[in-house]
Design a protein around this ligand. Structure first.
Ligand code: BGC
Length: 253
């Protein structure tokens, strides 16, 4: 029998969310818990919140954890929208110590990569070959690239230079919110961003994720791009599901 339950925690710029995951359905098993991201979002402060969530569910198995950072071999290497203290932090070791687990029972990965794994396994990317790009529109813009279903980890396409700007500073969902932009005002920025991206890697499919994917019907039809763009199926839970799946299966991108 395969592993049927896991636990994932998704660390974002504004909230830390976690919950039990049904690994056969590829969905949350019950309610998720959300705690606002501590400010400043130092590794120690965030690890406390992660521990609070894991303990609340009385979970004692492997834990998958996402960070909005480049992550290699459990070490965070960048920090665009979190405390700079994450840079060069051995996150796997930090969480293993705080959660009283063996390091091999902790998987830490980039948030968009985790969401991508979930979408490819259970959502909009199931059975999709070729070059598939998942983009998450949230505080920043995250990216996950798959070639014939296999992840190319740590792509940072949210930081493409678009018309002299860091792309996520113009087209993230947080920009829409902060500036009070309508869908009609914001979507052309996303069009321009995807145009630059598609000229560089010519994807076969783009999956649009992040909180705004819940309102996909309001903006996907306004996009003017040549690539097929579909809404993520797992919406905001994809990071939790993907991280839990990776931890349960010992997958370390
Ligand atoms: C970070 C990425 C992350 C994305 C979404 C970007 O600013 O550089 O690592 O995946 O935000 O959180």
């Amino acid at each position: 029998m395969g592993i049927t339950r896991g636990f994932g925690v998704d660390i974002g710029g504004s909230g830390v969310k976690g919950g039990l995951v049904d690994l056969e359905a590829g969905a949350l098993d019950g309610e998720r818990m959300r705690i606002p991201t501590p400010q400043p979002s130092t590794p120690e402060a965030v690890a406390e919140v992660v521990a609070e969530i894991v303990e609340k569910f009385q979970w004692d198995g492997p834990v998958g954890i996402t960070l909005p950072c480049v992550v290699k071999h459990g070490v965070a290497l960048s920090a665009a929208n979190v405390d700079k203290g994450w840079i060069d932090c051995d996150a796997q070791k930090l969480f293993a110590e705080r959660l009283k687990r063996k390091p091999e029972d902790i998987v830490v990965m980039n948030d968009a990569d985790a969401a991508g794994i979930a979408e490819m396994s259970f959502g909009a990317g199931v059975g999709k070959d070729g070059t598939v790009v998942l983009l998450t529109f949230g505080t920043g813009i995250g990216s996950a690239v798959f070639l014939d279903g296999k992840l190319v980890p740590n792509t940072e396409f949210g930081h493409l230079q678009v018309d002299g700007h860091d792309a996520e500073k113009r087209a993230a969902a947080s920009v829409k919110e902060e500036k009070g932009m309508s869908w009609e005002e914001w979507t052309p920025r996303v069009t321009r961003y995807i145009n630059v991206l598609e000229d560089l890697i010519w994807p076969d499919l783009v999956i649009a994720g992040g909180g705004v994917s819940k309102k996909a019907h309001k903006w996907l039809p306004l996009l003017e791009v040549r690539t097929e763009v579909v809404a993520a199926a797992l919406k905001n839970d994809a990071g939790i599901v993907g991280a839990a799946w990776a931890a349960a299966h010992g997958v370390r991108p």
